[in-house]
Design a protein. Structure first.
Length: 209
């Protein structure tokens, strides 16, 4: 009996960019601390004590986060970055997708006080770093909206609904993550039919030094 030809299976989560690009951008470089919540996303620990993030899991999580965010009206999605190196990337994401962005200081009451000048009513929020964006995290929890967050190896994830494991402090890492997320959201929104149609470069998303 002749053997049936083997069928080439498409990978369930094809890489958005090569592993090499993730590595050269430093997405995999964690900190010397790890929390129990992040254990599942750690690939190994280096000799110098730095924890290394599994970029295949980062890749999968960017894809899934884009699918989730694209289900919402962009005006009801809020992306926050207090961290300096995250501010330009989130602004570029907002320009491309129509998603609301809050870059810089997060005024207390932005999500909870209807009388605040900065008051916003998002249905889902994305945090660049739950440590730096802790005010936004607490307010999102208070009003009961889902929280997506870029989490490094030292982040606690108690009130986070969806983790994207990544170096969330590096300039190039944040540029690449938000560039990939922007492109993936545009694909999900049917605003572009292929990755090649996305004209912006990663460098366009990079914060100035």
């Amino acid at each position: 009996m002749a053997e049936e030809p083997s069928v080439q299976q498409e990978p369930e989560n094809p890489m958005l960019v090569s592993e090499e690009i993730y590595m050269t951008s430093g997405v995999h470089i964690g900190t010397r601390q790890k929390t129990a919540d992040i254990m599942d996303f750690i690939y190994k620990v280096r000799n110098d004590g730095l924890y290394i993030i599994d970029v295949k899991k980062t890749n999968e999580r960017i894809r899934n986060a884009a699918k989730l965010l694209a289900r919402y009206d962009p005006k009801k999605v809020l992306v926050v970055s207090v961290r300096q190196y995250g501010q330009k990337p989130v602004q570029k994401l907002g320009e491309s997708t129509g998603i609301q962005v809050l870059a810089g200081r997060f005024q207390p009451g932005t999500l909870t006080n209807p009388n605040a000048k900065t008051f916003l009513e998002p249905e889902v929020i994305v945090l660049t770093d739950p440590l730096a964006d802790v005010q936004a995290l607490h307010e999102a929890r208070n009003i009961g909206i889902p929280v997506v967050a870029l989490c490094d190896t030292n982040n606690e994830t108690k009130f986070i609904d969806y983790i994207i494991p990544t170096n969330n402090k590096g300039r190039r890492a944040l540029a690449l993550i938000y560039w990939l997320m922007t492109r993936a959201i545009l694909r999900e929104q049917d605003k572009i039919a292929s990755d090649e149609e996305f004209a912006a470069s990663v460098e366009d998303f990079e914060a100035e030094i």
